[in-house]
Design a protein around this ligand. Structure first.
Ligand code: HEC
Length: 217
């Protein structure tokens, strides 16, 4: 009986179409009005998201090394040579190369020379003596009698001034002065340049007495 009541009530109230419409309009007006357009907050969030994706992509494009799998892979053994430092060529190594290319034919790998023919550099007072002398010997050569380590030689050493640059003469002499337990200061390219300039007009080999008088020894 009670469930039929509203029905009965509506019927009995004899509500006209007009009055029903009025009630509806009233109800509709009570509802809060929907704001028009988009709410600002989600727009801002969307903007931030787009910006992050864009900046993220930009970052990867610059720093991801084209997504190359071999750039960093902890499971992959290091490529051979990748972490090893590049081989360093020291002045001593260059000096040894120059010596091998220009001097061993006569003075030998051991620096001992050939008895009676080519004087030794190992232990030699000339090789380890004043740099003004050895630089001159290599620039213009040496000929005639010379005493090396108590032994007499009288031969000819060819000049190297036109074959080797100042730096190369410095390197080969530094090698000669510090190899085979030789122990004399290194020779600087500037010292070679200076003597090359001073002796520019020289065309013949030095003699031992000439060199000894030059340096006062
Ligand atoms: C063609 C053979 C020959 C070559 C190559 C040669 N020398 Fe000599 N060197 C000699 C001879 C010979 C003498 C001694 C000259 C003399 O008897 O007056 C000598 C003397 C010397 C001396 C002084 C004496 C001594 O034994 O200490 C030095 C230093 C020297 N040479 C360094 C060099 C260097 C450095 C090179 C390479 C850039 C070189 N020589 C290349 C033949 C050579």
């Amino acid at each position: 009986m009670s469930s039929e009541k509203p029905h009965f009530h509506l019927e009995s109230s004899g509500a006209s179409d007009e009055s029903l419409q009025q009630v509806h309009t009233q109800l509709q007006q009570q509802k809060p009005e929907k704001p028009e357009g988009y709410s600002r907050f989600p727009l801002v969030v969307l903007g931030i998201m787009c910006m992050s994706i864009y900046l993220g992509a930009l970052y990867l494009a610059h720093h991801a090394a084209n997504f190359d799998a071999t750039v960093y892979n902890e499971n992959q053994p290091a490529r051979k040579g990748a972490a090893e430092p590049a081989p360093v060529v020291t002045p001593a190594m260059l000096g040894k190369r120059l010596f091998t290319a220009n001097c061993i034919a006569c003075h030998q790998t051991t620096g001992q020379g050939i008895p009676g023919v080519y004087p030794p550099l190992a232990g030699s007072d000339w090789a380890q003596g004043p740099e003004e002398r050895v630089i001159r010997i290599v620039l213009h050569g040496l000929s005639g009698p010379v005493k090396v380590s108590g032994k007499d030689f009288s031969n000819v050493m060819t000049p190297f001034g036109s074959l080797l640059k100042d730096e190369q003469i410095a390197q080969v002499l530094t090698y000669v002065r510090q190899e085979w337990s030789n122990n004399a200061p290194a020779v600087a390219p500037e010292a070679v340049a200076k003597i090359r300039a001073e002796t520019a007009t020289r065309t013949v080999q030095w003699t031992a007495p000439e060199l000894l008088s030059l340096t006062g020894k």
